[in-house]
Design a protein around this ligand. Structure first.
Ligand code: SF4
Length: 354
């Protein structure tokens, strides 16, 4: 079995030779490190990088971010998905400003108390910014450790992650936790990939359990699969010469705080009958049903959303009724442009001319 010191040295050597040049690696500023870590959760580096740059430019300090409105933060986040991350980011900035005078705490346990910071992010900030001896543990780390050391604990159980966290902290090079953690993350992202890892040029090839026992396909063990729910949306795009009606999405569902059109939802695709029934309910029987869009698909971790859009033209009376009997408000295209919106809607609006 590979000695922990040898493992750490080989890993760090590999990192020094292969690391990507990324802006958050050139700083020890906990604000920027935290920003990059939140942006990169569930997001590829290529996708997250422009968002990181935009956030740093728009909000150069944590005070700037804390003082921004939630709408501004969500608008800048638009397109990254998992919008609760953006709301938590904003709330966390406020907590750090209000409770810590704008300076992030350096201890893992203190970081964990902040909004939106889980064990992985707390360890990342503690080690990258303060070189504290806390090992990061995420999907990359499960993969690397399970394969190199043959750990077959199931990562989808409540016990599995604890086993990995314990092992990860035993293996950590505590004097160089910053480098070590960067190295293992990069190794998981670039070398020991989920499919087709680059074993032929791997420094651990000789000692790697998975490679030598033909277990690459089965490690890490994850038995519980994520259930995906299908949702069918039909958006009614109410419009008149003066603008388009939108509403802010409330709590308890995806995209809280973002703006969208009037929504009908079902577990199966809907047709014209459902649209007419909705108009009838709203008292909008004189409105003109216009063009129906193609079907747009949007995939989230637990959901697959299929959406189509139907334009509904309102006369003055219809506009009055809609504004009186619903939470919908009318916006001009210029106003809509700066509101935070689900990507589905952005794509639809790009395809349209109003
Ligand atoms: S030999 Fe292959 S499976 Fe093992 S650590 Fe290297 S890349 Fe991963």
């Amino acid at each position: 079995m590979l000695d922990s010191k040898v493992f750490a040295n080989q890993l760090i050597n590999w990192y020094e030779e292969n690391k990507r040049d990324l802006p958050w690696r050139k700083t020890a500023d906990p604000y920027r490190i935290w920003l990059s870590e939140i942006i990169l959760q569930q997001t590829r580096v290529a996708q997250g990088l422009p968002y990181y740059e935009r956030f740093v430019e728009e909000f150069p300090t944590i005070h700037d971010l804390a003082n921004a409105s939630e709408t501004e933060v969500l608008r800048l986040w638009q397109g990254l998905g998992y919008y609760s991350r953006a709301r938590n980011l904003h709330a966390c900035a406020k907590m750090v400003v209000d409770s810590f005078g704008g300076k992030f705490p350096s201890e893992f346990d203190e970081l964990l108390k902040l909004k939106g910071i889980g064990r992985y992010t707390a360890a990342a900030i503690a080690s990258f910014a303060f070189n504290q001896p806390n090992a990061v543990v995420d999907g990359n780390v499960y993969r690397v450790l399970s394969r190199v050391f043959g750990i077959d604990d199931d990562v989808s159980t409540s016990q599995g992650p604890k086993v990995f966290e314990l092992r990860a902290n035993e293996l950590l090079d505590a004097q160089r936790s910053n480098l070590y953690n960067q190295a293992i993350m990069e190794f998981g992202a670039m070398q020991c990939l989920p499919k087709s890892p680059a074993c032929g040029v791997c420094p651990f090839m000789e000692s790697c359990f998975a490679f030598n026992h033909n277990k690459i396909e089965v490690l890490p063990v994850k038995t519980k699969k994520t259930k995906v729910r299908k949702r069918y949306f039909t958006y009614l795009v109410f419009h008149s010469d003066a603008g388009i009606w939108l509403k802010e999405r409330g709590k308890g569902d995806v995209w809280q705080g973002l703006y969208d059109f009037y929504l009908l939802e079902d577990t199966k695709p809907m047709g014209l009958n459902e649209v007419i029934a909705a108009l009838y309910k709203l008292g909008l029987t004189h409105s003109i049903i216009g063009e129906e869009s193609k079907l747009y698909e949007h995939v989230l971790t637990h959901q697959r959303i299929f959406a189509n859009f139907v334009k509904i033209e309102l006369d003055n009376e219809g506009a009055r009724l809609l504004s009186t009997h619903s939470e919908m408000k009318q916006y001009t295209l210029e106003q809509i442009d700066v509101l935070p919106k689900p990507v589905l809607m952005v794509k639809y609006l790009e395809d349209q001319s109003f």
